[in-house]
Design a protein. Structure first.
Length: 209
């Protein structure tokens, strides 16, 4: 089955004023849409790969033919990352609680300190990429970042990091430039107002099993 662009779980203006409507329309419809189209095009002549989930493709990129590996890495990564990103945003946001909040406090001393560490990871990513909160192979929380559309499920050899991502924030310029211009720090500060911590908590619980 061809990979498909998922619908947004909210209206494109629902995250105002933190993420503007035009950015959402372009980011979802144009950027994410292009990743899906390009991924399907790359897989068009490989029937054995077309039925694989995006997770299966990205966790075993070494099994993808070299001729299309870069296209699958970049566009498949873009599809996976953005599909997760839309689910992790929510009008009005929410707050972490329970075991997730306990784990954040244990790993980072406080929620505010975690946000500071996370934002610094996003700011330190040169050029385009993502900041992540992951559950590592040791079942501990860690903040990491990846370049371009790489993500932790690709593994250390490819992405430079490994683990199960439970929160990812896009720091490509197309995610924020229309509203924030070059002020990535302002974008990272604002996005906490629309984080869907219920989604993060569900991913955390699954990763800890």
């Amino acid at each position: 089955m061809a990979h498909q662009l998922p619908s947004l779980p909210y209206a494109t203006n629902a995250l105002e004023p933190y993420i503007d409507t035009m950015t959402m329309e372009i980011h979802h419809g144009k950027h994410h849409g292009a990743y899906v189209t390009n991924l399907n095009n790359a897989l068009a002549n490989y029937a054995d790969l077309q039925d694989k989930t995006i997770e299966a493709l990205l966790t075993a990129l070494h099994n993808v033919p070299e001729a299309i590996r870069t296209a699958v890495r970049n566009n498949g990564g873009g599809h996976y990352n953005h599909t997760m990103f839309w689910q992790q945003l929510k009008p009005g946001g929410s707050a972490p609680s329970g075991q997730l909040l306990d784990a954040i406090n244990s790993a980072f001393n406080s929620l505010d300190n975690f946000k500071d560490v996370f934002n610094k990871a996003g700011l330190a990513r040169f050029g385009s990429g993502w900041a992540w909160l992951i559950v590592g192979t040791d079942k501990k929380l860690a903040v990491v970042s990846t370049a371009n559309q790489d993500n932790p499920i690709m593994g250390k050899e490819i992405a430079g990091v490994e683990g199960t991502p439970i929160l990812g924030v896009d720091v490509w310029e197309h995610a924020y430039y229309l509203k924030y211009q070059n002020r990535r720090a302002d974008y990272l500060g604002a996005i906490w107002n629309v984080i869907n911590w219920d989604d993060v908590a569900a991913r955390f619980a699954a990763a800890m099993q």
